[in-house]
Design a protein around this ligand. Structure first.
Ligand SMILES: C[S@@+](CC[C@H](N)C(=O)[O-])C[C@H]1O[C@@H](n2cnc3c(N)ncnc32)[C@H](O)[C@@H]1O
Length: 244
């Protein structure tokens, strides 16, 4: 009895820490996604997305990151219920297309049913590896996902791989009270720019965004042009920062 009680309390504490505070992050990606399958129907109620705020803070700046491109392709990794596609709904121009990658079948099917994601493509897949060829997207967005992947550095390398040179990544880093308990999954605010630069990105800027998340823009550098013509092309497509 004397021993059983402290052991039971310790186990309860550990379960609370891992399941509630860390959302299963240390128990592997399959466990995390199983939790999302279980709780997907509550996701919208918990998040209470404000479409106007989403459009202003995500959709419009995402759109400007691909402005000037015909047939731009945007990838949302760990799309959940289609957050990026929804933020672009009503502001998207021309032939911009969105591909939503989401491993949880339940999140994916709820997202697919949402009217504001109509016209976007859904792929059930993990962030690591991504099932796409290198340099196949004109912008990549990944919101509130990095902390759930087994190794954030591996995921960042995948995001960089599928971006075309010169294109932008929009990504969150978890901060706030729970973040420090998600060991090796989150980064202190001051360190995140360095993490993105170490992954090969340039022009990194990190902004406070929500209580639990910072938002960062980072650009995949142009590869060294192999001819004068390519050099001119690269310079002519250099854009200003994709934010208003
Ligand atoms: C907090 S939700 C964010 C969803 C959406 N990006 C948003 O902001 O509403 C985290 C999402 O990441 C997905 N996820 C978790 N681990 C993943 C992994 N290894 N690869 C890709 N997605 C993952 C989950 O299934 C879940 O939909």
């Amino acid at each position: 009895m004397w021993i059983a009680l402290p052991i039971a309390l310790t186990l309860l504490g550990l379960a609370y820490w891992e399941l509630i505070v860390c959302e299963g992050a240390h128990l592997g990606k399959h466990f995390v996604v199983w939790l999302y399958d279980l709780t997907a129907t509550h996701y919208e109620r918990i998040k209470r997305f404000d479409p106007d705020w989403e459009r202003r803070t995500l959709g419009e700046s995402l759109l400007s990151s691909v402005s000037g491109l015909r047939d731009a392709r945007v990838l949302d990794v760990g799309a959940g219920t289609g957050r990026a596609a929804r933020s672009l709904h009503g502001v998207m121009r021309g032939e911009t297309s969105i591909v939503n990658v989401e491993p949880s079948w339940k999140m994916l099917s709820l997202g697919r049913q949402h009217p504001a994601t109509a016209g976007s493509t859904w792929v059930q897949a993990w962030a690591e590896p991504l099932p796409f060829a290198g340099a196949s997207f004109d912008a990549v967005v990944s919101l509130e996902v990095l902390e759930f992947t087994p190794d954030p550095h591996v995921m960042l390398a995948e995001l960089a791989r599928v971006l075309r040179p010169g294109a932008w990544l929009l990504i969150t880093n978890r901060i706030g009270s729970n973040a420090r308990w998600m060991f090796r999954r989150t980064f202190p605010r001051q360190a995140f720019a360095f993490v993105l630069e170490s992954a090969g990105f340039t022009e990194v800027e990190v902004f406070p965004w929500q209580i639990e998340y910072d938002l960062a823009w980072a650009r995949k550098p142009f590869t060294r042009p192999s001819s004068t013509r390519e050099a001119r092309l690269a310079n002519s497509t250099l854009q200003t920062r994709p934010r208003s």
